[in-house]
Structures are given as structure tokens and as C-alpha cells.
Ligand binder design. Structure first.
Ligand code: GLN
Length: 536
């Protein structure tokens, strides 16, 4: 089946681009430059399709369209109302995904049944069934089955209440997906079935799993796919879940592990870095290793703490971000990883702080900075892009979406991409200052990729370092479970190598202590043994 997906969000921001990641998690970017809800990242990772701006609509964007149409006189003579004008626009957003290339559109409505702002959406989807015919719509309601207290009793009340509320809006669910901490019993399913008037085979349980990538297998075991196909009268063969099984087996069998430090500003809300975390996991799966993420608050990477926080890491990621808080900590992490040979990957702002580190500490450009954080710096090595200078509007105006870059042959970046031209998604206003590029020329700071016209720096790396690589893009957005983003693969590989070299050195140390004085050939042999053991 050819499937596409969509999220409708009942908040008033036109898109999540202007929201604090603390509140809403990561802003996911599509190829066509949409700043969207982070769920679209999951959709792309699960259905392996590139989505577009059309796959995310908010109340803000829906009202904007309705109001713009009203101003253009499209409703001339009419009173413009939530029903039918707003609900029609919601239905337009759903049908905008219908094309000859798709068989099924999955539309998720965010929020909770019972919220005031969700009402127009429920009314719109109620009408959709009438518009497209009964057998062409399947309503799936996701509910929470909580555990209560010391008795560990599972409660169906929230499910009953939300189903009652849904029905009062005219929507009878065809299937109910019960989220729970641990599996729910068949008896409980039967209870939900009879109270909510949903076939017992259509009450399915999605209990917490170790990894989200188990969920397709769980939902298949629970029979949700069969139920949906039956309701939609889709005559399809059994699904081929080989790839999902392979992925899960690989995760279970991972024998190696690496610790990657993520130096972030929003580390207490890990959803703020959702795609980065997923891309690290994908790279781990690729290398047969599990990736343990060490969440490091950027502001704490200062002074004496730098060494103690970063010393034991196998690798570092400096992710994207905005605003000054934590910047010096991120620059310190760039310096430390560069000086100590720790593999480091800088994403967007990450590339920018790596550039600042190099300018200050290697090129000796005192107080070099990004003009985003220090408008009066004598060396604005990162500066506002020319195209951004006249823009005052904050929403949707950054350099957004997929852009091509040409890579410099022979660099580590070109090697991991195994390509000369690559496309990655962007979301930034500032860039490597082209006026100061000459200062970096002829050093070990290599521009590994630039925009096709040669004007923008897109990738950097440090010659002679195992992996000190920065990109102005966000390769995390296109990483897929079975096709990890090349730069994340490169980082995890370098981190694994570093860890194994460390283990070899430690083993050699132990051997030489044992041998006391130790003859050189014996030590070399021990190192070789330890090295092959580490590789095994
Ligand atoms: N704040 C920086 C800029 O606008 C980096 C943005 C990011 O990391 N996404 O250029």
C-alpha cells in the first residue's frame, strides 16, 4: 500500500517554528522547507517517505487561509463561521494529500478529546466519512489505560470517558489503541469492547516497548493492520515485516556500545533533540552497537568541568540551536574534542561553534564570534546570511529545506557520503562568513563541502583528526532506521574506533605492569592480542 501521513495540530501558531523546543520539542524540517511537528519525523522514519509542508496543519494556518480568503472576497455575502468555513478548510487540508500516488492517507489529530480547540477537527473528520463513503474511513482512537496505585489495577475509565465524548461529537471509533505501561489483559479488552461498542478484535494494546521500532511488530501481533484493512475493505496480502524484524534483531544483538555526549541547551526535554537521538540510534544499529547518550547541559561545560564532563566520552554531538545561553560551553566542547582527538559532529550551530573555536584558539582571532551572539565582535566568523538582512518577519523565513552541496573529493565527508553532490535539509539564518574564509585557507581546517555556487560553506572537517566534522545542515532529519545518515555513521564509527584503541591501550598497560619490566616484543604481541580481542 502506498501510504502518506499528516498531523493536524489544534494550536494557534501558524507552525511550530516559532515555539520554544522546551515546550514543543524539536521542530522537524521537511525537504520543501516546512517547519513542522516532530511527529512528522517519526512518520518519515516509519513509512520511509519524504513528506511535505502539506503534512502538517495547525489551527493558526487554517484560520490564516480562511481569513485570507475572506479578505479576497471568496465568501462574499456570507458570514464566515467555524462550521462550515473552518471545518471545510480542515477537510481541504486532509484531501490535499489525496493523489493518484497514494492509497491511504493517515491523519493524526493532536491534542486530547475534550479540549475546546479540538472541536472543529472532530466535526471535520465526522463529515469526511459522509463525504468519501463509510467504507473509506477508519477512525482509530488512542487512549491511555493507566495503572492505579499499589494494587496495580488498570483503569478503563479514561477510555470510556473519551469515547463517550467522541460519540457526543458524532464519531464512533472503529478501533481503539490502548497505551499502557504494561500489557493489558484480554478481560480488560473485552470490557473496553463492550463499554465502547468496538469489536474486541479492534481493541488493541500498545504497551510501552523498549524501542519504538518494536511497535510495528507489536501492532501487527495485536492485529491492528488486519482490522484497518478490513474496515477499509483493502484486499492486501500479509505484510512483509522482514525489515522490521531484522532491525529489532540487530538492536537486541548489539554487543558493542559507545557513549556519545550531546551538548545541548534543552537536555531536560529530550524530545528537543528527537531526530538527533534517532539518527545516533540508526548509526548504532548499522555498526552493531548500542549508543548510550550522555546528556550534557551546555552551560556546565566551563572551567574545570570541561575535562571531567568530556574526558570519558567516546564521541560528542553539538546539535543545532538558537540564542546565547550555553554557547561558550559548546565552544569549549569543540575545543576539547579538537585538542583531545575525541570524535565530534557539529550540526548547524555545531558547525558554527567549531568555526568559532578554530578562529579563536588556532587562528588567534581574539573574541571571534557569531554576530548572532556578539554583534560587536571584531571577527564575525559566523554572520547573518546576505539574503536574511532585510527580513524582519520571524516565521518561516530562515534558509529552510533541502539544499544541494558539492563535496570536496578526498575529504572524510565525501568518503562517508560516497557522493560528490548531496542534499540535506537546512534551518538557519547565520553562516560561515565568506569574507573571512581566506583566514582559514591553507590550514588543517578544511571546507569539505560548499553550495553549488561556491558561496556558502556547508561542511567542514579537521585534517589529521579522527573525526571533527561540522555541517551547516541537519542530516538527522533524513536518517532512516535502515539507512542512517552518513555523518552519524562516521561519528559512531570513529567513536567505536576510539573506544577500542582505548581498550587496547588499557590492556597493554595491564600486560606491561604484569610483565614488570617487560620486553618490547612481548608487549607488541600483547597489544596485538588485545587489539584483535577488542575487534572481536
Ligand atoms: N542559530 C543559528 C542560525 O540561525 C543556528 C541554527 C540551527 O542550529 N538550526 O544560523
Amino acid at each position: 500500500m502506498r501510504v502518506t501521513m499528516q498531523k493536524l495540530d489544534p494550536y494557534i501558531n501558524v507552525d511550530p517554528g516559532t515555539m520554544n523546543p522546551f515546550e514543543h520539542g524539536e521542530v522537524f524540517v521537511t525537504d520543501d522547507g516546512g517547519e513542522t511537528d516532530l511527529d512528522l519525523g517519526h512518520y518519515e522514519r516509519f513509512i520511509d517517505e519524504n513528506l511535505t509542508k502539506l503534512s502538517n496543519a495547525t489551527t493558526g494556518s487554517i484560520y490564516s487561509s480562511v481569513i485570507a480568503m475572506e479578505r479576497q472576497g471568496e465568501y462574499l455575502g456570507k458570514t464566515v463561521q467555524v462550521i462550515p468555513h473552518v471545518t471545510n478548510e480542515i477537510k481541504n487540508r486532509i484531501s490535499s494529500l489525496v493523489s493518484d500516488d497514494v492509497d491511504v492517507v493517515i491523519t493524526e489529530i493532536g491534542g486530547t478529546v475534550g479540549d475546546i480547540e479540538i472541536l472543529p477537527y472532530l466535526e471535520a473528520i465526522r463529515q469526511v466519512r459522509l463525504d468519501v463513503g463509510r467504507g473509506n474511513v477508519c477512525y482509530i482512537h488512542v487512549t491511555l489505560v493507566p495503572f492505579i496505585g499499589p494494587t496495580g489495577e488498570q483503569k478503563t475509565k479514561p477510555t470510556q470517558h473519551s469515547v463517550t465524548e467522541l460519540r457526543s461529537r458524532g464519531v464512533q471509533p472503529d478501533a481503539i489503541v490502548c497505551r499502557s505501561e504494561s500489557p493489558i489483559s484480554d478481560e480488560l479488552k473485552r470490557k473496553i469492547s463492550s463499554l465502547c461498542d468496538v469489536d474486541v478484535s479492534a481493541v488493541v494494546n500498545a504497551a510501552d516497548a523498549d524501542s519504538i521500532y518494536e511497535i510495528p511488530l507489536v501492532l501487527h501481533d495485536e492485529g491492528l493492520d488486519g482490522v484497518v484493512c478490513e474496515i477499509l475493505r483493502l484486499n492486501v496480502p500479509d505484510p512483509d515485516l522482514t525489515d522490521w524484524k531484522w532491525l529489532n534483531q540487530r538492536m537486541e544483538m548489539a554487543q558493542r556500545n559507545v557513549r556519545i555526549g550531546l551538548i545541548g541547551k534543552y537536555v531536560t526535554l529530550q524530545d528537543a533533540y528527537l531526530s538527533v537521538v534517532e539518527a545516533l540510534n540508526h548509526a548504532g544499529i548499522h555498526h552493531g552497537a548500542s549508543v548510550e547518550i550522555e546528556w550534557i547541559q551546555a552551560e556546565s561545560v566551563e572551567g574545570l568541568m570541561v575535562d571531567s564532563l568530556l574526558r570519558d566520552l567516546d564521541g560528542i554531538v553539538i546539535p543545532g540551536g538558537f540564542g546565547e545561553r550555553g554557547i561558550e560551553g559548546k565552544i569549549n566542547a569543540a575545543t576539547y574534542s579538537r585538542e583531545n582527538g575525541i570524535p565530534c559532529l557539529g550540526l548547524c550551530l555545531g558547525l558554527q561553534v567549531m568555526t568559532i573555536d578554530y578562529a579563536r584558539n588556532v587562528l588567534g582571532l581574539a573574541n571571534a564570534h557569531s554576530s548572532e551572539f556578539d554583534p560587536r565582535t571584531p571577527w564575525p566568523v559566523i554572520d547573518l546570511m546576505e539574503s536574511q538582512r532585510s527580513i524582519t518577519d520571524k516565521g518561516g523565513t530562515m534558509r529552510l529545506g533541502a539544499c544541494l552541496a558539492k563535496l570536496r573529493p578526498g575529504t572524510k565527508v565525501a568518503e562517508v557520503y560516497a557522493a560528490e553532490v548531496v542534499s540535506e535539509r537546512h534551518r538557519h539564518r547565520y553562516e560561515f562568513n565568506p569574507k573571512l574564509r581566506g583566514r582559514f585557507e591553507g590550514t588543517d581546517f578544511v571546507v569539505a563541502g560548499e553550495s553549488p555556487d561556491g558561496l556558502l560553506v556547508e561542511f567542514i572537517e579537521l585534517d589529521g583528526h579522527p573525526w571533527w566534522v561540522g555541517t551547516q545542515a541537519h542530516p538527522e532529519f533524513t536518517s532512516r532506521p535502515d539507512r542512517p545518515a552518513p555523518l552519524f555513521c562516521g561519528l559512531v564509527k570513529a567513536a567505536l574506533d576510539r573506544k577500542e584503541i582505548g581498550m587496547v591501550a588499557q590492556a597493554a598497560d595491564e600486560v606491561s605492569t604484569e610483565l614488570d619490566v617487560g620486553s618490547a616484543p612481548k608487549q607488541a604481541e600483547a597489544v596485538a592480542d588485545a587489539s584483535s580481542a577488542a575487534h572481536r
